[in-house]
Design a protein around this ligand. Structure first.
Ligand code: PEP
Ligand code: MN
Length: 346
């Protein structure tokens, strides 16, 4: 439930609303906005007596949030959330942000080479897993903490920000210390203790859609992060399981406008896991930007044929350079621009 205050409501009036909400046994969250101040009532079980709040001085109206997710919904907050990162990088505003790099951090040489290549092409954030959620226990599991240090080194050398995955609550602590964005992978979208841990740290989270998750489930998982106090959440469409083996996943392009309608949170697209096939990544990345994605996350490897994970869907650096040229043009057509390393912060 959202209690919208009149324009010019006094601090004392807002404070009174907060006090009554707490007296009723719920949590209140103040939401100062450009147009109006609102107070959100969290923990609404549908039996709140709104009349008591409605009658308070300074209250303009009560909005009942109809969706099961609350703070994540557009009803709760109509303006887009812009997730602000160091160096002036912003996800969810006018800029379309490119995150690129290998699936896994494999060695110092590999990650530094990849970082230089994707920066040269125009990415502003480097991706690369230090902990890898692999289907087989015999597959490469990632370098762990040394991998994080290599990412930090790549940031130092290139100025790129870092996005990397945390697989468990303990990992959230390690990743939050080093990374600029904590990634929560598809397989962990409904790992609720992980979500709660990530909700308690002060670092933006990239939450990927589970491979069998509905959009509503994705938004409910994001609600866990906001409910714990972390409002810097970027959603990611990365494809869902289908019946057709022609592609690794079914890349759900429609999820982008659907999420934009239902939620104020930014959503980016991952055409690499979405398709699983190098030559399909490029057309789907173009399509995602055209569909309004706030960014793309693309796997790029200096030598995809030698990659320890996801080589078949990793772009060669030259292909990524060409893709970036194309998405710049597409972004401009829809009134956006691709964030450039040089223009960041300008
Ligand atoms: C990844 O980004 O390398 C990854 C494992 O992605 P997902 O969780 O979407 O499968
Ligand atoms: Mn991968």
């Amino acid at each position: 439930m959202l209690i919208v205050m009149r324009h010019g409501a006094t601090d004392a009036e807002i404070q009174r609303v907060v006090a009554v909400i707490e007296e009723l046994g719920y949590k209140a969250s103040r939401m100062p906005g450009a147009q109006r101040t609102a107070v959100g009532l969290v923990g609404n079980d549908g039996r709140v007596d709104a009349s008591r709040l409605e009658a308070l001085p300074g209250v303009q109206e009560i909005i009942h949030v109809s969706k099961p997710y609350k703070q994540v919904s557009r009803e709760w907050k109509s303006e887009n959330t812009v997730v602000r990162l160091p160096g002036g990088v912003a996800v969810g505003g006018t800029d379309v942000v490119a995150i690129a790099g290998p699936c896994s951090v494999e060695s110092e040489r590999q990650i530094l080479e990849a970082a230089r290549q994707v920066r040269e092409a125009g990415a502003v954030i480097l991706r690369g897993g230090a902990w890898k959620p692999r289907t087989s226990p015999y597959a490469f599991q990632g370098l762990g903490r040394p991998g994080l240090q290599l990412l930090a080194k790549a940031r130092e050398e290139t100025g790129l920000l870092i996005c990397t995955e945390a697989m468990d609550p303990e990992g959230v602590g390690y990743v939050a210390e080093v990374a600029d964005i904590i990634q929560i992978g598809a397989r962990n979208m409904q790992n609720f203790s992980l979500l709660k841990a990530a909700g308690r740290v002060k670092k933006p989270v990239l939450l990927k859609r589970g491979m069998s998750a509905t959009i509503e489930e994705l938004l409910l998982s994001a609600e866990y992060l906001l409910a714990e106090g972390n409002h810097d959440v970027i959603l990611c469409e990365r494809g869902i399981r289908g019946f057709d083996a022609a592609t690794r996943n079914v890349f759900d392009l429609t999820a982008i406008p659907v999420v934009h309608k239902l939620s104020h949170l930014p959503i980016i697209a991952d055409p690499s896991h979405g398709t699983g096939l190098r030559d399909k990544v490029i057309p789907m990345a173009r399509a995602a930007v055209a569909a309004g994605a706030d960014g793309i996350i693309v796997e790029v490897h200096p030598h995809p044929d030698q990659a320890l994970s996801d080589g078949a869907q990793s772009l060669f650096p030259d292909q990524f350079t060409q893709l970036m040229r194309e998405v710049r043009v597409i972004a401009e057509v829809i009134g956006r621009r691709v964030a450039e390393p040089a223009s960041v912060g300008a």
